[in-house]
Design a protein around this ligand. Sequence first.
Ligand SMILES: Cc1ncc(C[n+]2csc(CCO)c2C)c(N)n1
Length: 220
Amino acid sequence: MTVTERLLKDTESIWAEYHQHPFVQGIADGTLDKEKFKYYMIQDYLYLLDYTKVFAIGVAKAKDMEFMKRFANSTHAILDGEMDIHRSYMARLGITPEEAEHTKQALDNLSYTSYMLRVAYEEGQAEVAASILSCALSYEAIARQIVAEHPEADKHPFYGEWVSGYVSDSYHEENESLVVLVDRLAADYNEAQLAHLSEIFTACSRYEKAFWDMAWEMRK
Ligand SMILES: Cc1ncc(C[n+]2csc(CCO)c2C)c(N)n1
C-alpha cells in the first residue's frame, strides 16, 4: 500500500459523508439554493487566499528543488486558475473581490486554515503536503462522483462550471503529481511518522466535512 492509499483508507468513513452531504447533493442535482452557494463562494475565496499562503510557506521551507517548484507553481495555479472559477461565479452573483475580502471568515473556515498554516509553520515538507492533499483530492472525488451519478451535472447552466472545473484532466494531473510527491517524501517514514501524517490528513478531512456543514448552515 502506498502512503496516500493508507491516508485514504484511514479516512474512508469521513469521505463517504462528503458524497451524501446535502450541499454536494444540491450541486449534483442543481437544486442548491443560490444564497447558500453565494455564501460558500465568498468563504471559499477567503479560504483559498490562506491556502495559497500554506504553499508559499512550503516554498520557503523546501529542502528539495522539485518540492519547491511544485509548491511555487501551485501558488500561481490557485491564484490564477482555481480562483478564476470563483471570480466567474462572483461576477454572476454580483459579488466584487473587495466585498469578498471584507467579509469575515466563518469560524470553521478560520479554524481549518489556521490549522493548515500551523502545520506549514511548524512541520516538514511531507506534513505540509499531507495537509493540502485531502483538500485537493476530495474535490476531485466529489466532482467525479457527481458526474457518475448525474451525467448531465457538468452541463448545468449554473452549477456546471463548478463541476467541470474539478473533473478536468488538468486538475487530475495536478493531483497525481501531488500524490507522487507525498509518497516520495514519506517513502522512508517509520510507523510513528506515518501515523502522524495520517493524523494531519484526518484532521483536514474532518475540516472539509465541517466546511460543507458550515456552508449548508451559512454559519457566521
Ligand atoms: C474548502 C475547500 N477545500 C478544497 C478546495 C479545492 N481546492 C482548493 S485549492 C485547489 C487546487 C490545488 O490544490 C483545490 C482543488 C476548495 N476550493 N475549498
